[in-house]
Design a protein around this ligand. Structure first.
Ligand code: BV8
Ligand code: ZN
Length: 255
C-alpha cells in the first residue's frame, strides 16, 4: 500500500484535519457494515428497521434489532483506525471527527471533537416527552420500554431514514469541513444524504480530499488521493510517516 510522499508533505503544513467516517472504520472491530458483503442492509431492509414508520408498525422488532446491535458494540473495542484518528490530535491544532456511525467507538478511542450526524446507539429518549434515557437501564429489556414519566414509547437516539439530522451538529460539521485543510473520507460508501455533502463542502472550500476504503466508491472520482486498503492498516502507516517527520524536526530543533 503506497502512501504518496506528496500527501505527507501536505500533511506537514496542515493545521486543520477533518475525518468523515462510515461503517467501514468499525468493520475491523467486527461490526457489520451496512452495504458491504454480509452488510446489515443486505439481511434486513433499512426502511423496515431504521425508519419511524417501521418502528410504529413493529416497535418490538426494531427495539430488538437495536438491542442486538448494542450487544455487539458493548462486546467490541475500537480498532487501530479509531485510535490513530484520536492520536492525530497530538500533531494538529484542529482535528474533527464527523461520523455517520452510531457505535460510540470514536469516543471510546479517545477522540475529543466528534460530531455524530446520525445519533448514538447508547442513548434513548421518550418519543412523547423527550426525556432521555441511557442504555444500562434497558440492557435486558426485550420489548420496547415505556417512559416512567408519561408512558410514551422509548426509542434509540439515532436518525432514521426520512428524519432530519440534528441541525446544529450538521451546521457545525459543514463549518468544520469548510475550515479543514485536509479531509479524510474513511470507510464510507458516501451514498447517504445529507451526510455525503460534508466532504463535498470541504472540497468546495479548497480542502485536499483523501479517501481510504477497501474499494472505490461514489466519491472516488472527486478525491485528490484514493488509498485502497483497510483503515486499520492505512491510518497507522500515514501516522508513522508523519511521526518520523515530526521526530526529525524535533531532533533538529534540539541543535
Ligand atoms: C432525510 C442511523 C429528509 C440509524 C442512518 C438525496 C439523494 C438521495 C436520497 C436522499 C437524498 N436526501 C435524502 C435522501 C434519503 C435518505 C438517503 O440518503 N437515502 C440513501 C440510501 C440513498 N436520507 C435520509 O433519509 C436522511 N434524512 O433526508 O430527511 C428530511 C428533510 C427535511 C425534513 C424532514 C426530513 C437520514 C439519513 C440517515 C439514516 N440513518 N443511520 C442506524 O444506524 O440504525 S444511515 C446509516 O447508513 C449509517 O449511519 C450510514 O450513514 C449509512 C451507511 O453508510 P456507510 O457508513 O458508508 O456504510 P456502508 O456499508 O454503506 O459502506 C461501508 C464502506 O466501508 C464501503 O464503501 C466499504 O467498501 C468500506 N469498508 C469496509 N471495510 C473497510 C472499509 N473501508 C476501510 N477499511 C475497512 N476495513
Ligand atoms: Zn415520556
Amino acid at each position: 500500500m503506497e502512501i504518496s510522499s506528496d500527501l505527507i508533505e501536505k500533511l506537514k503544513s496542515a493545521n486543520s484535519i477533518l475525518f468523515f467516517t462510515g461503517a467501514g472504520i468499525s468493520a475491523e472491530s467486527g461490526i457489520d457494515t451496512f452495504r458491504g458483503k454480509g452488510g446489515l442492509w443486505n439481511k434486513m431492509s433499512a426502511q423496515e428497521l431504521a425508519s419511524f414508520d417501521g418502528f410504529m408498525k413493529n416497535p418490538n422488532l426494531v427495539w430488538e434489532w437495536y438491542q442486538y446491535r448494542r450487544k455487539i458494540v458493548r462486546e467490541t473495542e475500537p480498532n487501530a483506525g479509531h485510535k490513530i484518528i484520536a492520536a492525530f490530535e497530538k500533531h494538529f491544532d484542529e482535528v474533527t471527527v464527523v461520523t455517520q456511525n452510531v457505535d460510540n467507538l470514536h469516543k471510546r478511542a479517545g477522540s475529543s471533537n466528534i460530531l455524530e450526524l446520525h445519533g448514538n446507539i447508547e442513548r434513548n429518549f421518550c418519543m412523547n416527552c423527550k426525556t432521555f434515557y441511557g442504555v444500562e437501564k434497558f440492557i435486558e429489556t426485550e420489548e420496547v420500554p415505556k417512559c416512567e414519566k408519561c408512558d410514551g414509547l422509548i426509542r434509540p437516539d439515532v436518525v432514521w431514514f426520512g428524519e432530519m439530522l440534528p441541525q446544529e451538529i450538521f451546521a457545525k460539521a459543514e463549518r468544520k469541513a469548510a475550515d479543514s485543510d485536509i479531509c479524510f473520507i474513511v470507510g464510507t460508501s458516501a451514498v447517504v444524504y445529507p451526510a455525503a455533502y460534508i466532504p463535498i463542502s470541504a472540497k468546495e472550500a479548497g480542502a485536499t480530499l483523501v479517501e481510504i476504503n477497501i474499494e472505490s466508491t461514489e466519491i472516488t472520482n472527486q478525491v485528490d488521493y484514493s488509498i485502497i486498503g483497510k483503515a486499520g492498516e492505512i491510518l497507522p502507516r500515514i501516522f508513522e510517516l508523519l511521526s518520523t517527520y515530526v521526530l526529525v524536526l524535533h531532533t533538529l530543533s534540539l541543535f
